[in-house]
Design a protein around this ligand. Structure first.
Ligand code: M6R
Length: 609
C-alpha cells in the first residue's frame, strides 16, 4: 500500500527514484510524486495517475539533484488528486515527506497545528500533518525534528523525510509498514520493497519496527526508539533484477502464471531429504510439540485465505488435527479461543498485510505458537513468527496473486504430510506415495499451461458476461472461491462462489438463461453429485463451463465447454484446477481492456486495516 523510494548520493536522484517507483507501482498507483533538493530548495513534482503521468509532468526538467524522495500512492485519506499526492511539504516548503500507512490521530494533530501554529493545509490527507509537524519542530536538525514528530504520531506508517537545509540526508522511520535501506557505494537508498532497488544494490538492511534510519551518501545509521544506534546484519538479496521484470510477457500476471511449475518445483524439492522424508527448514517441531496442539487456526486474507481453506482439508485429513480457517480481519476482533496449545498458521505472500499481522500478534499474546507461510523473506509476518516456512515463488508483482497461491498450497501439503507422518496418522507408504504424486505436479501443470490457447478462445466468447457463478464441492469449492476472486478483481465482473450443495438453498434463484456457471468437478468421490448440481443450473438455462479431470467425459453431456486438467489424486487437484481459472480471468480481463497488473482500487500489499 503506497511505495516509497529515496536516494542520497552523487547520481541523478530523479532517474533512480522514478525507476524505483515503477517497480513499486504494484503497491499503489493512483498518483505519484517526487521531491528533490536542488540549490538549497525543495523541488516538488506530483501528479494524479500512474508514474507515466509523473514522467510527462517532469518532461525535460533536469531536476539534477543527488537527494530526493518519491512516492506512489494508494489513497486512504482524500481522493486521488494532484494535491493529495505525495510528497507533502510543510508551510514554507523546506521539509518534504512521503508516507505509507495511516496516522490515526491526524485530526487531532491537524487541529493542534492549525490552532497553535496557524498551519494552513493544502490537502485532505493524514500525511500532510507529518510534514507540518516536522516543520514546527525543525531547528536545523532533521533527526531531532523527526524524532519529536514521531513521538506525537499514532498509527502504522513508514515515512521518509528530507530538509532543504540538509541536502545530503534522508531520515526515515518504520512503524508497522515495510521499509528497507539499500547500501551502495557513495550512495544509499531507502524503499518500501526490494524490487525498487534491485537494479542498484543487492545488499540491504531490513529496518525493524520503531527504528529510525539516517542516510547520507556515505553512511546508513539505524537507531532504536530510544535513539541508541543498533547494529544490523546485511541481508544479501539472491534474486536478480530479471525476476522482477516481465521478460517478454504482456503482463506480470501471465508471467507469474507460467512460473508456477518452477515455483512449485522449488518449493517442493528444497524440502525433501535424500530418504524422501520432508525437512521443514525453518520449523522446529517434533512429535512431542505436535502432540501438544489441541487446535490449529489458519488465518490469512484474500487469496492466502483461500489457500488456507485447502490447508484445513489437507491437515485435518492427514494429521487428524482440528483446523479452523479465519479471515484475519475477523479473527482479530472476535475474541477467538486461543491458548498455549494452539498452533496459529499465518499465510501471507507479502508478509506485510496488516490484518494478518495484527491477528498474528493477537494469537501470540494469548500464548499460541506461530508458524507462518510467507513469500517475502524478512517481512514482518516472517520476523514475528516462531517458525517460518517460505514459499519459493520468487517476487510476485501482479496484484492478482497466482504463483503465491499454488506455492502456499504446496507448503500446506508438506506441513500436513509432515504432521501426519510425525504424529503417526499416516503410514510411511502413504507418505511416500503422496510425495511421489506431488513431484509429478510441476510437469503436469507445465503441460496443462500449453493449452492456454483454448482458454483464450473461450474468453473471447464469454468475456461480456456480467455475472458469473463458480461452484464446486469439497476441495473444488475452496478453489471456486479463488477462481471467483481472480475474475472479479481483474475483470470487474460480478462473480460469486458457492459450495455446489448450497445452490438450492438460495443462490439458484439468480440463475437465468445465459448466466455463466463455472463448475469444478475434479473430485472423484463427489463427481456424480456435481453432475446433479450442474444439471440443476443447466435446467434453468445456465451456460456451464466445467473443469474436470482428463478421462471423466460424462460431464460433457451437461456442459457447454469442459476444461480438462491432468489426472491426479483428489487431494492435489487444487494445484492444477486453479490454472484454468487463472488463465480464464486473465484473458477475460484482457478482452475487456482492463488494467490487469494494476486493477482499480487495489494494491498488492495491504498495510492498512
Ligand atoms: O500479501 P498477502 O498474501 O497477505 O495478501 C493477502 C491479500 O491481500 C491478497 O491475496 C489479495 O487478495 C490478492 N489481490 C488476491 O489476488
Amino acid at each position: 500500500m503506497c511505495g516509497i523510494v529515496g536516494y542520497v548520493g552523487s547520481g541523478n536522484a530523479r532517474e533512480i527514484i522514478i525507476d524505483g517507483l515503477k517497480k513499486l507501482e504494484y503497491r499503489g498507483y493512483d498518483s505519484a510524486g517526487i521531491a528533490v533538493i536542488q540549490q538549497g530548495k525543495i523541488l516538488l513534482r506530483k501528479h494524479v495517475g500512474g508514474i507515466a503521468n509523473l514522467e510527462n509532468l517532469i518532461g525535460d526538467d533536469p531536476m539534477t539533484s543527488g537527494t530526493g524522495i518519491g512516492h506512489t500512492r494508494w489513497a486512504t485519506h482524500g481522493a486521488p488528486s494532484d494535491i493529495n499526492a505525495h510528497p507533502h511539504l510543510n508551510g514554507d516548503g523546506t521539509i518534504a515527506v512521503v508516507h505509507n500507512g495511516i496516522i490515526e490521530n491526524y485530526l487531532e494533530l491537524r487541529e493542534m497545528l492549525a490552532q497553535e501554529y496557524g498551519v494552513k493545509f493544502r490537502s485532505e490527507t493524514d500525511s500532510e500533518v507529518i510534514a507540518h509537524l516536522i516543520g514546527v519542530y525543525y531547528t536545523g536538525d532533521l533527526e531531532e525534528a523527526v524524532y519529536q514528530a514521531v513521538g506525537r504520531m499514532r498509527g502504522a506508517y513508514a515515512i521518509s523525510v528530507i530538509a532543504a537545509d540538509e541536502p545530503e540526508k534522508i531520515v526515515a522511520v518504520r512503524k508497522d509498514a515495510p521499509l528497507i535501506a539499500g547500501l551502495g557505494k557513495g550512495a544509499n537508498f531507502i524503499a518500501s520493497d526490494i524490487p525498487a532497488l534491485l537494479k542498484y544494490v543487492k545488499e540491504i538492511y531490513l529496518i525493524e519496527n520503531n527504528e529510525t534510519v539516517v542516510l547520507t551518501p556515505d553512511s546508513v545509521k539505524i537507531y532504536d526508539e530510544n535513539r541508541n544506534q543498533v547494529h544490523r546484519d546485511v541481508f544479501h538479496v539472491t534474486w536478480d533484477a530479471d525476476a522482477a521484470e516481465k521478460e517478454g510477457y504482456d503482463h506480470f500476471m501471465l508471467k507469474e502464471i507460467y512460473e508456477q511449475p518452477k515455483s512449485l518445483y522449488e518449493t517442493l524439492t528444497r524440502r525433501l531429504n535424500e530418504d524422501g522424508t520432508i525437512k521443514l527448514d525453518g520449523i522446529s517441531m517434533g512429535r512431542e510439540e505436535l502432540e501438544q496442539f489441541g487446535k490449529i487456526y489458519i488465518v490469512a486474507c484474500g487469496t492466502a485465505y483461500h489457500a488456507g481453506l485447502v490447508g484445513k482439508y489437507v491437515i485435518e485429513k492427514l494429521a487428524k488435527l482440528p483446523v479452523e480457517v479465519d479471515v484475519a480481519s475477523e479473527f482479530r476482533y472476535r475474541d477467538p479461543f486461543v491458548d498455549d496449545k494452539t498452533l496459529f498458521i499465518a499465510i501471507s505472500q507479502s508478509g506485510e498485510t496488516l490484518d494478518t499481522l495484527a491477528a498474528l500478534r493477537e494469537a501470540k499474546s494469548k500464548g499460541a505458537r506461530v508458524l507462518s507461510i510467507v513469500n517475502v523473506v524478512g517481512s514482518s509476518v516472517a520476523r514475528e513468527s516462531d517458525d517460518v516456512f517460505y514459499t519459493w515463488a520468487g517476487p510476485e508483482i501482479a496484484v492478482a496473486s497466482t504463483k503465491a497461491y499454488t506455492t502456499q498450497l504446496m507448503c500446506l501439503y508438506l506441513i500436513g504430510l509432515y504432521m501426519g507422518f510425525v504424529r503417526g496418522t499416516i503410514t510411511r507408504e502413504f507418505h511416500d506415495q503422496f510425495i511421489a504424486d506431488l513431484k509429478e505436479i510441476p510437469d503436469k501443470l507445465k503441460a496443462y499451461l500449453k493449452q492456454a490457447g483454448m482458454i483464450e478462445g473461450l474468453s473471447k466468447m464469454l468475456y461480456n458476461k456480467e455475472q458469473v457463478f463458480f461452484i464446486g464441492r469439497g476441495l473444488d469449492s475452496s478453489v471456486s472461491y479463488e477462481g471467483s476472486l481472480k475474475l472479479k478483481e481483474i475483470s470487474y465482473i460480478n462473480s460469486s462462489a458457492f459450495a455446489a450443495g448450497e445452490l438450492k438453498h438460495g443462490p439458484i434463484a439468480l440463475i437465468e438463461p445465459g448466466t455463466l456457471v463455472i463448475a469444478l468437478a475434479t473430485q472423484d468421490a463427489l463427481y456424480e453429485k456435481m453432475l446433479s448440481n450442474i444439471q440443476e443450473v443447466k435446467a434453468r438455462g445456465a451456460h456451464v463451463m466445467s473443469v474436470a479431470k482428463e478421462g471423466n467425459t460424462a460431464i460433457e453431456a451437461q456442459s457447454n465447454e469442459v476444461m480438462y486438467i491432468p489426472s491426479c489424486r483428489d487431494e492435489l487437484t487444487p494445484l492444477l484446477s486453479v490454472a484454468p481459472l487463472q488463465l480464464f480471468s486473465y484473458y477475460v480481463a484482457r478482452e475487456r481492456g482492463c488494467n490487469i497488473d494494476k486493477p482499480k482500487n487495489l494494491a498488492k500489499s495491504v498495510t492498512v486495516e
